[in-house]
Ligand binder design. Sequence first.
Ligand code: HEC
Length: 97
Amino acid sequence: MKFLNAVFFKFTFIFIVLFSLHGQSQAQGFPESEHRDKVIMACSACHGLDNILSPSNKMSADDWEFYVYEMVARGAPVKPEDMQDIIDYLADNFSTK
Ligand code: HEC
């Protein structure tokens, strides 16, 4: 049993490490800002942050406003007072402006 426990522990450990690395590698594309964590929390609940990183070369500030409202309509956990901060962060960092 000792052996099995050790194997199980190792796999759990490897899984946790890989999982957190995966999350970090996506979040790395997100520049530091006071609103960064808000955006990551609100926008990674249903899909990967790739949905934000990959279309960033064809998004305008207006597009981000549209998408944030669209995602909130789909159930994204964004407080009304955070809406503008999130839109601004996305428009500043992930758009053609
Ligand atoms: C309640 C679930 C949910 C949350 C939270 C959420 N989204 Fe989405 N989002 C979706 C669904 C469903 C789709 C469409 C299917 C997909 O691409 O996975 C989508 C797709 C997208 C797309 C791609 C649209 C396209 O047509 O290619 C963008 C951009 C996007 N989301 C941005 C955001 C942003 C920014 C946030 C944070 C404010 C966010 N999402 C949070 C559900 C959500």
